[in-house]
Design a protein around this ligand. Structure first.
Ligand code: PBG
Ligand code: ZN
Length: 326
């Protein structure tokens, strides 16, 4: 009997052979590390649902940023958690708001670190929605003006990239115009283009104190059942001038990473969100999984799907592993 078949195993015979034919790699430069800043002094408090992730007051960040830079991470995304909230989120665009102060402080410490500002209103509004609320409705066009103001104040503070996560229609156009008019023509917009209304943001909302007080975000964030709609969202953002496209969450939406990779030429970013992190940490703490292997497999999965960059709370761990540590 002669059976003919392909011998795929030829290319898997040794570690060196597997290294030789490896198609995708995770680099430290691919990682964007999220951080949360609070007002006050002397605060470095672990977020209970996100082991290893902290609330920092600005007097406590020096050691943290030395570690980040020493590990070889070159980009961070910053979230401010203000004490004061009001109906129109005025701390979002206050020049001395917590986010603006954090950006200034980080850039003073490490001018070469890329500081990305998340641009939204939900941490700053007393109702917890990502835009202005009237009679239970999140007003699209009224919110745009405040979002543009927020972006400009973040750029003024020294942000290198503006990352709007609010999912209002036209937000990229409004922010691009605001930045250009203020002279920030060189500041790129990293758009949360394809962002779903997801339960995977649960731990983040504990960290950012941004849970909506009433209702949910389904009238602006996308239905998890929709893929074609995500392509329309991305196409609008590209037309409006986005420089990067984010898919969020990452893991349950890897198909969208691939679709954007195939449909658009911009850098694609996968956001490995808070609950994806918390689930791994919880299982690892129980000794149920090999954390390093699980995380690295997920990361190379994002790269294989077509992501250029990954926003992840695991970034410091990954950088340490890539540096040969454990
Ligand atoms: C703000 C924002 C959220 C996240 C990033 N920016 C929360 C939300 O939209 O409800 C989620 C990030 C995460 O879960 O890690 N709009
Ligand atoms: Zn928001």
């Amino acid at each position: 009997m002669t059976v003919t078949f392909d011998r795929h195993r030829r290319l898997r015979t040794s570690a060196a052979m597997r290294n030789l034919v490896r198609e995708h790699h995770v680099r430290k430069e691919d990682l964007i590390y999220p951080l949360f800043f609070v007002e006050g002094t002397g605060i470095k408090e672990q977020i209970p649902s996100m082991p290893g992730v902290y609330h920092f007051s600005l007097d406590q960040i020096e050691a943290e940023f030395k570690e980040i830079v020493d590990l070889g991470i070159q980009s961070v995304i910053v979230f401010g958690v203000p004490n004061e909230k009001d109906a129109c989120g005025s701390q979002a665009y206050a020049d001395d708001g917590i986010t603006q102060q954090a950006i200034r402080r980080i850039k003073a410490l490490y001018p070469h670190l890329i500081v990305i500002a998340d641009t939204c209103l939900c941490q700053y509004t007393d109702h917890g929605h990502c835009g202005v609320l009237h009679d239970g409705i999140v007003e699209n066009d009224e919110s745009l003006e405040l979002l543009a103001r927020t972006a400009v104040s973040q750029a003024k503070a020294g942000a290198d990239i503006i990352a709007p996560s609010n999912m209002m229609d036209g937000f990229v156009a409004a922010i691009r115009q605001g930045l250009d008019e203020a002279g920030f023509t060189n500041i790129p917009v990293m758009s949360y283009a394809v962002k779903y209304a997801s339960a995977y943001y649960g731990p983040f909302r504990d960290a950012a104190h941004s849970t909506p007080q009433s209702g949910d975000r389904k009238s602006y964030q996308m239905d998890p059942a929709n893929a074609r709609e995500g392509l329309r969202e991305a196409a609008s953002d590209v037309m409006e001038g986005a420089d990067f496209l984010i898919v969020k969450p990452g893991l349950a939406y890897m198909d969208m990473v691939l679709r954007l990779r195939e449909g658009f030429d911009l850098p694609i970013v996968a956001y490995n969100v808070s609950a994806e992190y918390s689930m791994v940490k919880a299982a690892a703490q129980n000794g149920w999984i090999n954390e390093q292997q699980i995380v690295m497999e997920t990361m190379v999965g994002f790269k294989r799907a077509g992501a250029d960059l990954i926003i992840t709370y695991h970034a410091k761990d990954i950088a340490r592993w890539l540096n040969g540590g454990n």
